[in-house]
Design a protein around this ligand. Structure first.
Ligand SMILES: Cc1cc2nc3c(=O)[nH]c(=O)nc-3n(C[C@H](O)[C@H](O)[C@H](O)COP(=O)(O)OP(=O)(O)OC[C@H]3O[C@@H](n4cnc5c(N)ncnc54)[C@H](O)[C@@H]3O)c2cc1C
Length: 468
């Protein structure tokens, strides 16, 4: 059934990830439509950052028990109750998701209309929304904000289309813990979920096209990570997938590793080969919105080249990170108000010079700024320092012999250009360095103009800074 009339809104938001935080008290006079084709709350809450980290935490506990012998503790990991692990995660998340949707539907948000369905442009600032029953409604906004995110990239492996495979969207809700899992990919999602399933006892095989896992990290980090994962489970790098076949209950995958044919048998396949922005599914051409390979192009204020159409987050960004999507939405909210003359200008942008990220694998990896290679290529004279956790007192306490922090500084200005940590609590340890870089502190200021608690793990950072 199709509805010919167009409902007019002041603001149409496509996607309820970070986009759901736009409506607030400042917008209470605005008539707003929120369009969502999937579950409320977007990737981070439902199938991304939050559930994956809740699984990772449980996996870290399992690994801690396995390694307890190193500290003279006789502990044994007997079994993992997958249903309990999974239900702890979604028992917390699902009610939050439902609560988020109910709130938007309730009398507390009288100016917000929730349109459940897939939005697609049919004209400038006008979308058709099709729900699961095929019913359509047409809506238009004086402003349209696109926060439609990204989806898993499915590689063209021959035969993959004929088997039932999982992505990060589905694998965390498996009914049972698989005995064997094959993961395609070697990026952060493969690393985190590989850690999770391996820690719980699944035999994990990882097939990766490149020579190293986490190939975008600093080479030393990526090399160390690859070596540690190879010690832990079956990692097959430099591999090309030549065929995937269902054979009864078994999935058979044929690969060429360094040119040599190998076969892998598994129960479950997880495709984790990156994520592509959803711009190709939005009918952008109908609205005059420019994009590149599905990524919507925006200016520094999050405006597309179509007047009144804005975009942010995984849909328009080259870094697909929740903290960036959130920061962009905060600026974009302000810019909408400025565009309507309801707030003082100027419009805001987001300083993306030092966007950090972390991989919550085992070990963790965290990074900000330039890698050694990119720093050298920039032509700036640099100094590099690498400090092992094992060279600090806390590292001794942890019996750590594999983790390190690597810092890269501008040899003349003495400012940090990049920081890379692989090891326990990397995602927390790096925060001080992000702050130092953001606020322009020199290596000396960071190292010597504050106390470092002894013998905390932060002495790793102090010692690395002192080596620069
Ligand atoms: C497994 C995993 C782990 C992750 N871990 C981290 C992490 O640790 N740290 C981190 O910073 N980032 C992490 N991320 C990335 C993070 O989740 C994203 O960067 C972030 O959620 C992007 O937010 P967004 O608002 O741009 O898009 P999303 O949250 O993806 O929201 C987009 C919404 O738009 C909806 N939508 C799409 N198209 C349409 C349409 N045509 N009509 C209607 N609705 C539509 C979608 O259903 C979705 O709800 C992870 C991602 C995954 C998959």
């Amino acid at each position: 059934m199709s509805q010919a009339s167009t409902e007019e809104f002041d603001l149409v938001i496509v996607g309820t990830g970070s986009g759901n935080s736009i409506p607030g008290p400042e917008f209470e006079e605005w008539k707003i439509a929120i369009v969502e084709k999937g579950v409320f709350g977007g990737t981070c809450l439902n199938v991304g950052c939050i559930p994956s980290k809740m699984f990772v935490y449980a996996a870290d506990v399992a690994e801690t028990i396995r390694k307890a012998g190193a500290y003279g503790i006789d502990a044994e990991m007997k079994s993992v109750d997958w249903a309990a692990v999974r239900d702890r995660v979604f028992g917390r998340i699902d009610p939050i998701v439902e609560g988020g949707e109910s709130y938007r539907l309730s009398d507390e948000c009288p100016n917000v209309t929730v349109c459940k369905g897939e939005g697609r442009f049919v004209g400038p600032r006008t979308l058709e929304v099709t729900d699961l029953q095929g019913t359509t409604r047409q809506i238009s906004g004086r402003h349209v904000v696109l926060g439609a995110g990204a989806r898993p990239f499915i590689p063209p492996h021959p035969g993959l289309e004929n088997i039932e495979f999982h992505t990060s969207d589905t694998v965390m809700r498996l009914d049972e813990l698989p005995r064997r899992m094959l993961i395609f990919g070697g990026g952060y999602i493969a690393a985190e979920l590989g850690h999770v399933f391996s820690a719980f006892g699944t035999e994990v095989t990882m097939v990766n096209r490149g020579e190293r896992l986490l190939k975008h990290e600093d080479e030393d980090v990526s090399q160390r990570f690859t070596q540690l994962m190879t010690d832990r489970f079956d990692v097959r790098c430099a591999s090309e997938v030549t065929g995937v076949f269902q054979d009864g209950n078994t999935i058979r995958t044929e690969i060429l590793r360094n040119g040599v044919a190998e076969t892998i048998e598994t129960d479950v396949v997880l495709v984790a080969t990156g994520r592509v922005p959803n711009g190709d599914l939005l009918g952008l051409e109908e609205a005059g919105v420019s994009s590149e390979d599905g990524r919507v192009l925006v200016d520094e204020f999050f405006r597309t080249d179509a007047p009144g159409v804005w975009a942010f987050g995984d849909l328009s960004n080259t870094h697909q990170l929740k903290h960036l999507a959130n920061a962009e939405v905060r600026a974009l909210r302000h810019n909408l108000l400025v565009a309507e003359g309801e707030s003082e200008g100027p419009m805001r942008t987001v300083d993306e010079r030092f966007v950090p990220h972390a991989v919550f694998g085992h070990p963790q990896v965290a990074s900000v700024g330039l890698t050694e290679r990119t720093a050298r290529e920039s032509g700036v004279p640099i100094k590099v320092a690498t400090k092992e956790y094992g060279a600090t007192a806390y590292g001794w306490a942890m019996e750590d012999s594999e983790s390190f922090c690597k810092l890269i500084a501008d040899a003349e200005s003495r400012q940090l250009l990049g920081a890379h940590i692989i090891g326990p609590q990397a995602s927390t340890l790096i925060q001080q360095l992000i702050q130092g870089m953001e606020f322009g502190q020199t290596v000396e200021e960071l190292a010597s103009k504050q106390f470092y608690i002894h013998p905390a793990l932060t002495e790793l950072i102090e010692n690395a800074l002192l080596d620069l």
